[in-house]
Design a protein. Sequence first.
Length: 629
Amino acid sequence: MKTHFFKPTAAAVLALLAATAAQAQLIGDLQGSRHLSTFNNVSVTNIAGIVTAVDGNGFWFQDSGDGNAVTSDAIYVFRGGSGTKPAVGDAVRVNGRVQEFRPGNTATNLTTTQINATASFSGSWTRTSGGNALPAAVVLGTGGLFAPGAIAGHVGNVESAGYSLQPTLYSMDFYESLEGMRVTVPQATSVAARNSFGEIALMPTSQLNAPGFVNSPRGAAVLNGVHFNGQKLYIDDRIAATPVVNSGARLDNVVGVMDFSFGNPKLYVTQAPTVVSNNLQKEVAAPLVQGQLGIGSYNVENLGGNATQARIDAVAGQIAVNMAAPHIVSLQEIQDNNGATNDGTVAADVTLSRLAAAVNAQAPGRNYTWLNVNPQNLADGGQPGGNIRQAFLYDSNRVSFSGVIGGAMDAISPIAAPGGGVAFNLGAGRVDPGNAAFTNSRKPLVTEFTVDGVQLIVIANHFNSKGGDEPLYQPDQPPDRPSEVQRLAQANALGSFVASVLAINPNANIVLTGDLNDFQFADTLAPLTAAGLTNLMSLLPAGERYTYNFDGNAQALDHMFVSPNLLNKAGWAFDVIHANSEFIDQVSDHDPLLLRLAMVPAPVPEPKAIALMLAGLFAVGFIARRRRG
């Protein structure tokens, strides 16, 4: 009996090989070298790998790799909350549909590639063995890879078909090339405090002195105008707990799986990192010395008249102790008497009286009083019903105010005074409150104070926020920042006012301060410099220029500008009091500012000081008499 053998045609062999390949794709093929997989919405079968992490909705698994550093070797498998899941260390084969998942279905979020292995997509997984060793984690830092400092360089949409990943140039592409893979940072430093979502921004300790990077001596990653610190990433508690730490903490053995969510690269830790140190202390300014005048600025983060006494006391404590009890304090985000209750209340006398009393209780020798201009209801932005505004606390033992306080829509204007000085139609009033630049935003508050007979003009500000600007990690590059348009208009209006004052008296003593919601190098603040002022923030060492922390970037949003007459006088000193932005137990989300001036003669001793001096003299005389006797 003869045996007959079938000889396939060449075409049949190619078809068989193609079918076999389709059943055994490597994960790197699915991830690809772009932000979006070319397998998107394609069903795949028999994808093999080792399970590296499991969460409530699925698991991550990773194969031995395709030898291409641009393509990730791991992927997330979505099973849904009720779907069965394997254990870490299981070798599995997965069937399902490749999908690009966009967190929150928000266009500004980058996607993550996943296999949907739910029943709806004929999904399944099969365990082939258990207890396997996990793939080696990719090392970030010394002995491993270093993320680039630049986040992106492409102009346009990075998800377009013509864009390929460039992980050696841009951190957005770098973290995409590691998506889903096991990653470790053997030695890391937190560059922000753990936030309310259980996230900690950190970076490899060895990158703290990378070229172009500005490292605060306290451990913060400071924005410098060159790039936005692409070296950093978040660790997240989605799988395992993250420690409670402040900025500058040293963490060892950080291990997890790489992901993107809500505008940032995230490393979901699979074990608790080791906290080596977490010793950062809140700064406390040295006491003001005799003859110095202290001027502070502080965004107190929505402080309303209905705040708890503990909150009032905490804010007051930072003014009295951390800020060394400045004689004048420009406040931002003072809310009305009932806080964010939206009932038409606009007065803030309860808020400010409670705060002044609490500061006085903690600052012996001071006698703070306050002033503000009540805004129109719901006209200045912020929390609806809160009616936030700028206000001043001032020590009436040293500083005097005697002018008329204007109303919400009364504009303050400078006029020439006899002898070449500057006078104002109001003692305290708002700059150009009807200007469209200040629509639904805070209007600058100008106050004419007198200190030891010398005129001091202080301008309190709170420019519109960055809300609505696009995140750094998002498909469209560069990110759009529409909020800058209004801030630039606000700076132009304020610059015109300052220029009009200096045109009358070039030697006017002007301090312009507050939360300007932009960086010292931003174009939006240029009109203030053009008007003749100097930003003291720009004169600090680069590693000290921050008052706020957003997404792990320490940045200067609060500023203090001075006129030439003050800048040219000897004896001034400026500092940021780092007491909030780096800490998990923040009193406010902003750090306060403090300027010390020696612009005025030494003051007449205050009544309390006179009493103490007389008591001292009496004691000396009494001792002398006893000795003579």
